[in-house]
Ligand binder design. Structure first.
Ligand code: FES
Length: 136
């Protein structure tokens, strides 16, 4: 990671994006997606069990903070019929509201009708800078 990474985010106070995603601050950094967890728009990911959905150039990615030093990231597009999956905090799983598919936090299918896993992204969390990198 270079010190010259530039993060671009929505200024606080902006209305939520029209597609229903909560506001977040992320930016393409090289070939990856970077989130500055110091930005209040990414506050959900500063706590274990926090989750945030962010727009990537070719996907929408659901990120769950799974421990103080790690996060899991998967495509939020259900492989059954493309609804957006959500984090079930109590069940520690991802669920699809459309037809009930369930996935592990790494995207493996727990229950259908989906039969294919969610696309998984490797993540890297730098605890010294609070920068989360999603490898695209
Ligand atoms: S679209 Fe997700 S279970 Fe059907």
């Amino acid at each position: 990671m270079t010190a010259a990474t530039v993060l671009v985010g929505c200024p606080s106070g902006d209305p939520p994006p029209p597609d229903g995603l909560p506001p977040s601050a992320s930016a393409v950094c090289g070939t990856n997606l970077c989130l500055d967890l110091n930005d209040p728009l990414n506050a959900a990911l500063t706590m274990v069990d926090g989750a945030l959905t962010v727009r990537a150039p070719k996907d929408t990615i659901l990120i769950v903070r799974t421990s103080t030093g790690a996060a899991q990231a998967v495509s939020d597009i259900c492989t059954h019929a493309a609804c957006g999956v959500r984090y079930d905090r109590a069940g520690k799983a991802l669920t699809c509201p459309c037809h009930g598919s369930r996935y592990t936090l790494t995207g493996a299918v727990l229950r259908g009708p989906a039969t294919q896993p969610l696309k998984r992204y490797v993540t890297q969390l730098d605890e010294s800078t609070n920068l989360l990198t999603i490898m695209l």
